[in-house]
Design a protein. Structure first.
Ligand code: PLP
Length: 454
């Protein structure tokens, strides 16, 4: 192994890296990135990489977008910060809230701003509890999430997340949060079962869970349209309509976590529109600002908003908010981002490029290492298996992580996620020729990985 560079040594001696094997990092050191342009980033040696995961599913407009830089600089010059506590306000927060209401995938009444997806989903949990207290139903507090769902890492949102690494030894999940089935056709469908039958079976399991817990105790259900970090899992046909029929029956709120799917990822403005979700509340972040600024939001319907108004009347305030809720610079950048999505027809372009992306990703289905190759819009994944017939995993751990590191050597940044799966989620501005380049680099890495596994 080559000795670590000076920068790498300083990194190892100072930084705690999120989602990193900290012990291994001391040996391998960091990949230090220096600049970005379009869909590419460049390391400190000048090597280029296609950012095949759009950062962390977020840099939808890619790198070096001068309009977004300008929007931030102009707002910083004008009013770099003012909070919106105690009724203070400013133009960018108002305008962004109006815009989000206009494009939301449901009848949205009001918008609450956060700085991240985790904060948005933490807020969702608190609002569900607040809402039911306001309605005089203090026992209706349980929230059902899904195994392998990803909703963030703060205490409540990590509890919603259904992945072992986010619970193990963190003493999570907290009480009143439970997890129902993961709607994974490749792993979950039984022989001879149709996608629609699988959806009905999952809805029935959900109903049984609600009845077991007592419907008067179940308040909300939270889901990503397509699960991201839990494996890029595209639900079976008819899934959300079947699930929501059950939710309506027992007066359970539907929380739509659009943190990845929001703003065009699936070829519609929101994942809800592609997958027929009728949410009561919605979480967004990431592509809201194309990651040029940290910003997220929770959008709520009129019933939830009215409950908040009543509680604040009773208690004297709505006692929740972050210093940076509605940060003017982040809001100004988000407004510009949404303007670019509209002006450049980014969502329509995703829909137009999606078949080519799907063809290239699904083209890997024949590779000996690939059990399932799936894609929808501009998100996809390769699930790796040792045996394509039995779908059995490898005896050697970390095959997807190895593939990600081989991709990196080929000049392609992708991410190994739960279930020996490699996630692909490029910036929305990627062209068809760049999709081909991404797929070619991935193909070379896959072949090298096959040799490594053997
Ligand atoms: N929800 C979903 C669907 C996500 O993918 C993520 C992050 O990847 C989050 C919530 C948490 O967002 P953040 O990392 O900004 O806290």
């Amino acid at each position: 192994m080559s000795p670590l560079s000076n920068l790498a040594v300083r990194d190892v001696e100072t930084l705690i890296h999120p989602y990193t094997n900290l012990a291994q990092h001391r040996e391998t050191g960091p990949l230090v990135l220096e600049r970005g342009q379009g869909i590419r980033v460049y390391d400190s040696n000048g090597k280029d990489y296609i950012e095949g995961l759009a950062g962390l599913w977020c840099t939808s407009l890619g790198y070096g977008n001068e309009e977004l830089v300008e929007a931030a600089a102009a707002q910083m010059r004008k009013l770099s910060f003012t909070h919106i506590f105690g009724g203070k306000s400013h133009d960018p927060a108002i305008e962004l809230a109006e815009k989000l209401k206009e494009i939301a995938p449901a009848e949205i009444s009001k918008v609450f701003f956060t700085s991240s997806g985790s904060e948005a989903n933490d807020t969702q949990v608190k609002l569900v509890w607040y809402y039911n207290n306001a309605l005089g139903r203090p026992e209706k507090k349980k929230i059902i999430a899904r195994q392998r769902g990803y909703h963030g890492v703060t205490i409540a949102s990590a509890s919603l997340t259904g992945l072992p690494a986010n619970h193990g030894d963190f003493d999570l999940p907290i009480k009143n949060i439970m997890h129902t089935d993961c709607p994974h056709p490749y792993r979950g469908m039984e022989a001879g079962e149709s996608e629609e039958d699988f959806s009905r079976r999952l809805a029935q399991n959900l109903e049984e869970m609600i009845l077991r817990e007592g419907p008067e105790t179940v308040a909300a259900f939270i889901a990503e349209p397509v699960m991201g970090a839990g494996g890029v899992i595209i639900p079976p046909k008819g899934y959300f309509p079947a699930i929501q029929e059950v939710l309506r029956k027992y007066d359970v709120l539907m929380i739509d976590d659009e943190v990845i799917c929001g703003f065009g990822r699936l070829g519609t403005m929101f994942g809800a529109q592609t997958l027929d979700i009728r949410p009561d509340t919605v979480s967004v972040a990431k592509a809201l600002s194309s990651a040029y600024q940290p910003i997220g939001a929770v959008m709520v319907n009129e019933a939830v908003y009215q409950a908040m108004v009543e509680e604040s009347r009773k208690l004297g305030t709505f006692g929740h908010g972050y210093t940076y809720s509605g940060h003017p610079v982040a809001a100004a950048v988000a407004i510009k981002t949404l303007e670019i999505y509209e002006r450049e027809n980014i969502v329509g372009q995703v829909a137009a490029k999606a078949p080519h992306f799907a063809r290239r990703i699904q083209g890997f289905a024949d590779h000996p290492l690939v059990g399932d190759a799936r894609a929808l819009g501009l998100i996809g994944a390769l699930e790796l298996v040792a045996n394509k017939e039995t779908k059995a995993g490898f005896t050697k751990p970390g095959v997807a992580a190895k593939l990600a590191s081989l991709c990196e050597a080929e000049g392609l940044i992708l991410r190994a996620i739960f279930g020996e799966t490699l996630a692909i989620c490029p910036p929305l501005i990627i062209t068809e020729a760049e999709i081909d380049e991404l797929a070619d680099r991935l193909g070379r890495a896959l072949d090298q990985c096959e040799a490594w596994v053997a």
